[in-house]
Every structure is written in C-alpha cells, then in structure tokens.
Design a protein around this ligand. Structure first.
Ligand SMILES: CC(C)(COP(=O)(O)OP(=O)(O)OC[C@H]1O[C@@H](n2cnc3c(N)ncnc32)[C@H](O)[C@@H]1OP(=O)(O)O)[C@@H](O)C(=O)NCCC(=O)NCCS
Length: 177
C-alpha cells in the first residue's frame, strides 16, 4: 500500500474487475484515454482479467487508486519501463466522475511520482495527453510535469510532458523549505 494525502495506491485485484469493465466500456473515458472502447461481455473480460492479474510484467506496474476508506475510484500505472534509458511512461484514470476536480488526480500523480523516484532508479517519467484534455494537463503541471513536445498519432494530437529526477528533487527541497 502506497499512502498519499487523500488516496492510497494498492495492487490490482479481481474485485476491481467490475469497476474497470464499467470504465473501459465508457465512451468518454475511452476517448480521454485514447484507447478503444471495450465491446466484449463482462464474463469474457473477467476471464482475461483473472489471467492478467497472475501475469507479472517487468515493464509495467499497475495500481488501483482508492480513497483512504478503501473505495476504488480509478487506476494508475507506470509502463514502458526502460531500465537502460532510466525512464517510464505514466498513466492515470480516475474512472469515477464523482471524484473529478477534487484534487484526487493531483494526489494520485504526486504519490505515484514520489514512489517511482523514491523506490526505483528511474531518472525520467514522461506521459502523453490529448491537447484538448486541459484538466489532465493542469493536473500534471501541478505535479511538476513540463511540456516538451507534440505528437500526432492515429489522428490524435498529443501534448508530451515529463519530469526528471532532478526536477522532482528540487520540488521536494522547495516543499521542505
Ligand atoms: C485527468 C484527471 C487525472 C485529473 O484528475 P482530477 O482529480 O479530476 O483533477 P484535479 O482536481 O486533481 O486537478 C485538475 C485541475 O484542472 C482543473 N480543471 C478541471 N477541468 C478543467 C477544464 N475543463 N479546463 C481547465 N481546467 C480544468 C481543476 O480545477 C484542477 O485545477 P485546480 O486544482 O487549480 O482547481 C482525471 O480527471 C481523470 O482521470 N479523467 C479521466 C481520464 C483522463 O483524462 N486521464 C488522463 C489521460 S492522459
């Protein structure tokens, strides 16, 4: 369990499957996440879900985001982990809309970034978000990410953002002062 101020991160478990299915079949969330909207049945999804839970990957870590009382509100991850380059990509989805715009995204990203730089040797975390996703960009900026470029892929236009270990350390020092 990784504890933030308003949320905590924990390993994914089978009981998350229904929430995740609801979020993966939601057209707006699929669009914000630029992932195909899931069309499979829940029972089929559950079979794949159970299989994936038992499969640990060296290039990806996924966490459930839950309230301090245990309510599951979303997911986050770091993936495309490249030990040689010392970097990974960050992803987040607060799937439950009731929890948007209340600071849970910022706390989740800060908690995950603190974990990555505190517990791994990675030196850089990067991400991509739709140019139109101003909420996400504002959230990432508040967590110390800075824009470093643009990418157009599959008809989508993305803003690229990053934070380095040095920038994170600087923020830690400023927060302690
Ligand atoms: C993007 C996301 C992680 C942000 O988390 P959140 O908990 O909703 O947002 P937070 O409250 O932590 O911070 C968002 C900030 O953007 C602001 N904001 C929200 N909507 C906005 C909009 N349409 N335009 C400008 N600013 C906006 C909020 O006011 C807040 O700023 P503030 O702290 O100055 O008030 C979350 O909304 C989410 O997961 N959305 C669905 C999936 C998604 O977009 N994922 C990101 C893919 S890269």
């Amino acid at each position: 369990m990784i504890i933030g101020s308003k949320i905590r991160l924990r390993d994914k478990r089978l009981a998350d499957a229904l929430d995740d299915y609801i979020w993966r079949t939601d057209p707006e969330l699929a669009q914000l996440d630029t992932t195909p909207q899931l069309t499979t049945t829940f029972s089929r999804y559950l079979v794949d879900y159970a299989y994936e839970l038992n499969y640990s990957s060296s290039i990806r870590r996924r966490f459930a985001v839950e309230m301090l009382d245990g309510k599951h509100i979303g997911n986050c991850s770091y993936y495309n982990i490249d030990e040689t380059k010392g970097e990974a990509e960050l992803g987040i989805m607060i799937g439950n809309r009731d929890y948007w715009d209340k600071g849970y995204g910022i706390d989740t990203v800060n908690t995950l970034v603190n974990y990555i730089f505190g517990q791994t040797n990675l030196k850089r975390i990067y991400l991509k978000t739709l140019d139109s996703n101003i909420r996400a960009q504002k959230c990432f900026k508040k967590c110390g990410f800075t824009p470093y470029g643009h990418l157009v892929r599959d008809g989508f236009s993305f803003t690229l953002m990053e934070i380095t270990r040095e920038q994170w350390q600087e923020r830690q020092t400023q927060a302690e002062a």
